[in-house]
Design a protein around this ligand. Structure first.
Ligand SMILES: [Ca+2]
Length: 185
């Protein structure tokens, strides 16, 4: 039986590829900040120094003999942030918990303005959100810590939520060469 001719089909296929922005994760921009102890009172024995409050390491800490200690964080350049995290030292008891504290930033007019005020905190890892501010210098002020010699692990600052870029749509045409089809007699 005579075979039907091979059929070669070329089809033009339009692909619509839709690219959406990947999920944006904010970075802790406090890492590497220069940290200074503003308040009086020396560091407690064994404390690893103020800089360890911004080293991204929960294994290092600072501790001072001042129940209302203040640390200043210099980000080296102005940054826009809208959330922060206090990471306290939990040694199995609650004695180093910062129940009350405030965080301030230096505004463009060189005024210290409060952005966070927590009272009655019960968490060793407390996230606070606030209206976005842009500043280079931030201060963390302990208002009440149960034991009186505040120790903590890390201060984190997060960039203001980034607005995803508009969805881009790319259209292109790709020729698809189909295999020869064989039709049985
Ligand atoms: Ca640390």
């Amino acid at each position: 039986m005579k075979k039907k001719p091979m059929v070669k089909i070329v089809t033009l296929v339009i692909f619509a590829m839709i690219f959406t922005s990947p999920m944006m994760y904010a970075d802790n921009i406090a890492i590497g900040a220069t940290v200074s102890l503003i308040s009086s009172g020396g560091h407690a024995g064994g404390a690893t120094g103020a800089s360890h409050l911004a080293d991204g390491n929960y294994g290092t800490y600072d501790q001072v003999y001042n129940p209302s200690a203040i640390w200043e964080f210099d980000l080296h350049q102005a940054q826009t942030v809208d959330s922060l995290v206090y990471v306290g030292m939990n040694n199995g008891t609650s004695r180093y918990l910062f129940t009350d504290y405030e965080v301030l930033y230096k505004s463009a007019s060189n005024q210290w303005e409060q952005i966070v005020y927590e009272t009655g905190n019960t968490s060793f890892q407390k996230t606070s959100t606030f209206s976005a501010v842009t500043g280079r210098y931030f201060r963390f002020h302990v208002i009440h810590e149960n034991w009186g010699d505040p120790a903590w692990l890390e201060f984190e600052l997060y960039e203001a939520t980034q607005v995803p870029e508009p969805t881009s749509v790319i259209l292109y045409a790709a020729p698809i060469r189909h295999q020869k089809s064989k039709i049985d007699p």
